[in-house]
Design a protein around this ligand. Sequence first.
Ligand code: IFM
Length: 842
Amino acid sequence: MQSDTPQRRAEALHRLMPDAWTLRHRGIAPLDEGLREALCAVGNGYLVTRGAAPEAVADGVHYPGTYLAGCYDRTASQVGGRVFTHEDLVNCPNWLPVTFRCADGDWFTGPPAEQELELDLRRGVLTRRALCVDGAGRRTRLVQRRIASQARPHLVALETVLTAENWSGRLEVRSALDGTVTNSGVPRYAGLTSRHLTPLRQGLDPDGTLWLEVSTGAGRRIALAARHRVRVGGRPAEVASAMAAPAEAASVEVASAGVASAEVASVEAASAGLTGEGLAGEGLAATTFAVQASAGTAVTVDKAVAVHTSHDPATGDPLDAARQLVAEAEDFDHLLTEHALRWAQLWRRCRIDADFPGRGPLHLDLFHLLQTWSEHSADLDVGVPARGLHGEAYRGHVFWDELFVLRVLDLRFPELARAVLRYRHRRLDAARRAARAEGRRGASYPWQSGSDGREQSAQVHLNPLSGRWLPDHSHLQRHIGSAVAYNIWQHYQATGDLGFLAETGAETLLEIARYWASAAEHVPSRGHWSIRGVLGPDEYHDAYPWADRPGLDDNAYTNVLASWVLARAQDTLDLLPDRRRGELTERLALDAAELQHWQDVGRHLHVPFHDGVISQFDGYEHLAELDWATYRRRYPDLRRLDRILEAEGDTVNRYRASKQADVLMLWYLFSAHEVRDLLRRLGHPAEHELMRRTVSHYLHRTVHGSTLSSVVHAWVLTRCDRRASWKHFRDALTADLRDSQRGTTREGIHLGAMAGAADLLQRCYTGLELREDALWLDPRLPAALSGLALDLHYRGHWGVRITVDRQTATVALGTDRPEPVTVRFRGTAVPVRPGESRTFTL
Ligand code: IFM
């Protein structure tokens, strides 16, 4: 998408999203193929499949990928003579493969002569319309529709309609399940272990069910079963036989009878898989159908595939489960109807009516959020992967990005937000172990998390500009623990769910507080407490340029958040029913002296300042100013300034230059009021101008190398520059659509930014806050936005409608609960009762 002028940007957006519910890609664009595949992915929270063409294999242009929530595999890789182990989100067997050939022509391997891809966001259907022309000039129209069922999460379906235009004769269709795929979606990881699947067996049942079973190195069995129905001219077809020699491997099972003639075979290389004539090896099951095609008559191949693994709850043998499910699968249209109904329900729960031009990306962002995290993820004990289930960037790991995602889920699907928090709680012991390994108490959550809660951050990373592998210290971002605590507290504010807080939330929060109290060191000479050797959210600074150890001291964001957590720990204890408080304090051996210590530390953590602004960390003022003018001239894109400087033999650690919001995160998480109180509690007289000065200082020194940065800046700028806020909002909203981080979206969407952008409409521009058992409103509509209407879930009320325009803000309550909701508006607290609507004049 071109982005040079606002006008061009609007035109490009209109081409991509001709209406608010459609994403459309016309033509063939090899360089954009990876991006399209990520944006056109279909999923349901159990799995996501990239929008790759069904006939495609991983070839440098295409990258078929299917990822199952929480399906990780741990392997060892050698980099620079050292061995590192890491967990990858596994690229699971490709269920899509379908191709065809006319008479004795070549198998169609793409690209088509013409193509249009259309993603229907409202119903979750990807449609591909193409014209395929073979070497003999035979023209065949192809229409493919695919879904990942939101109604039956283990079911995916692909319908292929082929219509001969200028020929008649024998049409062969080949369909496969391909378990020979590898994790090769991120070129920077090329030197690392990429094979995670071991073929177990494959075969064709007498009833025509094609199936495949593979295993990850970690021993998770993944089974796929496919059924095919063929229709010619709308009528079920008799298909002719086209058997190929079965593979000789002992594990291959072949059935001779079936609805279609079949072959079951394997090839060594995925690239030869679907169309290769030499069938040998393991891991690929393929079947071929032949029909008599006549010009103008549609031939439909309806492929439904069930996917199960040995880790699925309430599932015995995964292959049996897959076979059973696919045997029950109705025709594509039926599956689509029930799937579309679920999407309609999801959209009702996600209602954000925002009247501004070019609002399609809002639906695209929410769409990908709902595909990554849904009711089908909730019981899987998985975390929210930062890059969705759409690619292999960051190896599918879980970061702090749920901080942005949960703000949407809390108010739309509180039960799904709770599942994220339970994922963290189940890993509390791992976090305790990590704290002990640091020589501290409490719980230290890992910066990157996967299956078992161990730290998954890379130890080295590649700078593609210099070709050097560099040490990676990002695991020192201990602030992630505060994000977990913040999420627990906010969830309680949004839901009032004391049961959850008492059962799991409080224990996690208290252990995080304990960690901060034990991580802080007393500095008697300065009369304060310090947290040393950490990184803030701005990952550009990972060490002092003059130091020989990684980490920074007294990162302001980390310390203020730690102070906040220590204060909330006491509030949490106060909220608990006596008996539960007793149980927890007993279990955690938490006594009055320790609680007093927490309060002491919480009031005396060091927050550094320089030149009248909050310093990002202690000593920040000694850093040099970058020659911004020269660098901007030399490099039109400074987002990876760290790589640029390293490739020049320099280091970004020397400069006052930030990748993303760090100090400014404070005003993202808290109202100006709250930040002032937090700073005052820490002994700093924080007047209103402090925010303005601090924003201005960092804004000009931030390159937005993370998509999260735009979300935070949009938020913070509402308080001082709404026009600039809107620009950042648009950047966040369209970050993946525009591939704003240049080539990264193809490796996975940026889920935090997608959810964060939606939340800007939901909470930021309405000034919606959830605190002190009330719903606070303080609308700040940017000029481009004439109004907003939201339907929220708040404290057990399913229908809280908030409507904001330039003159008024209205809160209307449904009748599903007897309790009123307290609305706080400019100094007044007004109870809104069930069935009531209250309007406030702005
Ligand atoms: O969590 C983020 C981090 O803040 C910036 N780098 C990418 C991570 C994953 O999205």
